[in-house]
Design a protein around this ligand. Structure first.
Ligand code: ATP
Length: 450
């Protein structure tokens, strides 16, 4: 259904448009704005939280609730620091930081191109020093080393640390997985590009435990699952790149890592990752005590791990970038056209599914009927009621937030008990009886082509 109208050539400022629409319509706001902001922090607004929840809930449904081989957890954000010692994060989770001697700006070493400072083009830098990315705080009143703790830099570790409890409580057998969705914190040296790289973000991760000899088969399965997910999120294949990380650049314990990269307006960068981690993590946490037992031989063993990982915020960002369309549409006045901005989210992603609009707001019977329709539909779908402004404007507003259907209540509704449904993508309208309205919307929302 897409692309009926000529697409206005998107200009290079797509990011600026997404950022502006996000603020204007309530997807994402700059954090702490009235106090001058806090660099690179963002708040999800009324529509953003719905969009983000749709993504997290679909993920959870697909990978936890609809599978018998994956169970979920929701672990504490702050764990015993020994976790980060065992996992290697305290020693190795760092980026090389250099400082420009001219302007004193700090960069990650790999961001210096042609040996020039990206800020002032200066050519002299301090020697690189490793900067640990874990965010520190203190538990309890004494701010000393004994009370130092870290906000988790990834959700993964709790799934290893809790492995034995989960295994015995859930009575799973290899192969099986543990899933978690939640916040992670990294004291990034150079955050930026809106919600692409922030210091506080969300991840959706799975640790999938397998027998060593079966890892390649499971790796392929997960790669396919991730491809299917991206398709369903509405991400065009031509913007995706599956980059096999070569020998020597992968973590020493990983036999294969694929970075799933996307062509953002600011360059091709990581969106998700898939990594074979061997038995590295479980051996770190259970060095003496292999946590699984072979069903036949009864020998104890450490299962191997396939780790698919999805960034929630980057998912929101690509969903918005892909959905953004500008189209030339005819206006009421003959021969004229205007640009409409429409977010063509897949229907399941859209924060609002149905808008209910009385054609006019100065006719109490029409308004009353529209409210009744809203009261009926809101029990079935995320809905919005809007009576403010000209009907054309209200349609545009719903297009801009990606609402698949607008239901308009007019004078005829009072006579024949029918309403108009307008389709976001085709802008076509048709009349539907109120008796079959819910079924019609359900059918259209489930239409697999969208
Ligand atoms: P990058 O190379 O972009 O720093 P990474 O390889 O360090 O990412 P992972 O440690 O594999 O990332 O984290 C898993 C996922 O979490 C990433 O694929 C990404 O979607 C998300 N992610 C990581 N760091 C951030 C961040 N600072 N802000 C937002 N999302 C992030």
């Amino acid at each position: 259904m897409r692309g009926k109208f000529a697409k206005v050539e998107l200009m290079e400022d797509l990011m600026a448009k997404i950022i502006s629409l996000s603020k204007r319509r309530g997807f994402i706001f700059p954090g702490s704005e009235i106090y001058g902001g806090l660099a690179n922090s963002f708040d999800y607004g009324p529509l953003g939280v719905e969009l983000k929840n749709n993504i997290k809930q679909e993920w959870w449904k697909r990978f936890v609730q609809q599978r018998s081989d994956i169970v979920g957890i929701d672990a504490a954000l702050i764990m015993n620091p020994k976790v980060w010692e065992a996992s290697g994060h305290l020693e190795n989770f760092s980026d090389p930081l250099v400082e420009c001697k001219k302007c004193n700006t700090r960069f990650r070493e790999d961001q210096i191109q042609d040996e020039k400072c990206p800020n002032c083009k200066g050519k002299e830098f301090s020697l690189p020093r490793n900067f640990n990315l874990m965010l520190k705080t203190f538990l309890g009143p004494a701010e000393d080393a004994a009370n130092t703790v870290y906000f988790r830099p990834e959700t993964a570790q709790a799934m290893f640390v809790d492995f034995k409890n989960i295994l015995s409580a859930s009575r799973q057998n290899i192969p099986f997985g543990i899933a978690q969705v939640g916040k992670a914190f990294r004291n990034e040296i150079t955050p930026g590009n809106f919600i692409f790289r922030t210091r506080e973000f969300e991840q959706m991760e799975i640790e999938y435990f397998v027998k060593e000899e079966e890892w390649e088969e499971h790796f392929e399965n997960w790669l396919n699952e991730m491809k299917q997910w991206l398709k369903d999120l509405g991400v065009s294949e031509k913007k995706l790149h599956y980059v096999d990380i070569p020998d020597g650049e992968r973590a020493h314990y990983s036999k294969r890592t694929v970075d799933i990269e996307y062509e953002y307006p600011f360059g091709q960068k990581e969106l998700y990752g898939l990594s074979y981690r061997g038995d590295f993590d479980l051996k770190n946490h259970f060095p003496k005590d292999a946590p699984c037992r072979d069903a036949e031989s009864k020998d104890a063993f450490w299962p191997h791990v396939i780790e698919p990982t999805w960034g929630v915020d980057r998912s929101v960002l690509v969903a918005m970038l892909e959905a953004y369309h500008e189209e030339e549409v005819p206006t009421a006045e003959e021969g004229e056209s205007a640009t409409r901005v429409v977010m063509k989210f897949p229907f399941w992603v859209a924060p609002v599914k149905v808008a209910i609009l009385p054609l006019v707001k100065n006719k109490p019977e029409v308004v009353k009927k529209a409210r009744e329709v809203f009261d009926m539909l809101k029990l079935q779908f995320p809905c919005q009621y809007d009576e403010a402004g000209a009907i054309g404007r209200r349609y545009r507003r719903q297009d801009e937030i990606g609402t698949p259907f607008c239901v308009t209540v007019d004078f005829d509704t009072l006579k024949d008990n029918s309403v108009t449904i307008r389709d976001r993508d085709t802008m076509k309208q048709n009349r539907v009886s109120l008796d079959s309205l819910i079924t019609t919307i359900k059918e259209r929302l489930n239409d697999k082509d969208n």
